[in-house]
Design a protein around this ligand. Structure first.
Ligand code: PLP
Length: 366
């Protein structure tokens, strides 16, 4: 049986009428840039997150960059983040002219280790950028406490954490700003690039709303030099049609994760550990094995398409080695990069496919 890592077609087939209707609406009203569809998705997204507001932007990466710019973070500044993430997290920091400083992860949750973050704070540190990796919230209580005590901003990279919660509050409503990606494979995915910034500070969100649209306040007045980083109205309409389904999709992911936990108990892999008091939304179901590469080959031979998120830590990427990060040492990050493996998970994953994946993992010779 062939099992893909994700299957975007299954989801489209299940809500085809609603999606096609949303697309047709935009084609008919020709409101392609901003407008009512964008405003109404932003309001719905802010409400889903439990934040005061949301600004739709062109990608998760744009959300991160605009957040840093809105906080006037740039050359000479440092932002502490993780190297065990997709490169966009650090790219945004580098591209505004600031310097990412990589803290090590907690080897159990794969999220930033707050005590290492605190050790790395200098006079130049302006912000902490935690990633809620794989859909599990980072330790925001500890990070917000450090940030408040040390006078820093917290920008959540919530690109993998739609609907995730910590202490009953949703990711995206806790940091000073938070960034979502609606890249097609994310838990809430557009049919192209899209993202959003959420937060509770109206002035900051207003600035981001202006910056994404050429620094414009009215049609012809530009109060600052901005960017062309608006969310597409087509994508906003598609996301608006999908959003009412997100909770059910998230619950399906969580059920699949429980099934994997159960079927893999006793198998020769480490299953995900969930911190007390958090709601993990399983953007990815990640196991770990000291023989990861052999396990990946074993799965591939059985047509189980597993993935690795992420095989090369950012400080070891050629792009960052070239920027002088070659001597950085992050033992837990480096070990995770060598041992993690993502098993297929998506809301529509059939139970027989899930069982086949688990059986194939269990059949991996010890
Ligand atoms: C997907 C992702 C991003 C980037 O989002 P895009 O919409 O692809 O620009 C940033 N950070 C993390 C952790 C991601 O998973």
């Amino acid at each position: 049986m062939r099992v893909e890592l994700v299957d975007l077609a299954a989801q489209y087939q299940s809500i085809r009428g609603e999606i096609d209707g949303a697309i047709r609406r935009i084609l008919d009203n020709t409101s392609f840039i901003l407008g009512d569809e964008v405003r109404s998705f932003e309001a719905a997204w802010a409400q889903h997150v439990g934040a005061a507001g949301a600004v739709g932007v062109s990608s998760g990466t744009a959300a991160l960059e605009l957040s840093l710019r809105a906080l006037d973070i740039g050359p000479g500044d440092e932002v502490i983040t993780t190297a065990h993430t997709f490169i966009a997290t650090a790219e945004a920091i580098t591209n505004v002219g600031a310097r990412p400083v990589f803290a090590d992860i907690d080897p159990v949750t794969y999220n930033l280790d707050p005590s290492h973050v605190e050790d790395l704070i200098t006079d130049r540190t302006r912000a902490i950028m935690p990633v809620h990796l794989y859909g599990q919230p980072a330790d925001l209580d500890a990070l917000m406490e450090i940030a408040e005590r040390r006078g820093l901003w917290v920008i959540e990279d919530a690109a993998q954490a739609h609907g995730a919660e910590v202490g009953g509050r949703r990711c995206g409503s806790i940091g000073h700003l938070a960034c979502f990606s609606f890249y097609p494979g994310k838990n809430l995915g557009a049919y192209g690039d899209a993202g959003a910034v959420t937060g509770n500070d109206g002035a900051l969100l207003d600035r981001i709303r202006r910056m994404r649209d050429h620094g414009r306040t009215t049609k012809y007045e530009h109060v600052e030099v901005g960017y062309a980083e608006r969310i597409d109205a087509l994508q906003a309409a598609i996301l608006g049609a999908k959003l009412p389904h997100l909770e059910a999709w998230t619950e399906a992911r969580r059920r699949h994760a429980d099934r994997y936990d159960e079927l893999l108990s006793g198998a020769d892999v480490v299953i995900p550990a969930v911190r007390d008091g958090v709601r993990h939304v399983y953007h990815l179901y990640v196991v770990r094995s000291e023989r990861r590469d052999a396990l990946l080959e074993h799965l591939k031979a059985a047509e189980v398409m597993a993935g690795i998120h992420y095989p090369i830590p950012l400080h070891r990427q050629p792009a960052y080695v070239a920027l002088g990060y070659g001597d950085v040492s992050l033992p837990h990050t480096e070990r995770a990069a060598a041992e993690v493996l993502s098993l297929p998970i998506y809301p529509e994953l059939p139970d027989d496919a899930l069982r086949y994946v688990a059986d194939t993992v269990r059949a991996f010779p010890a």
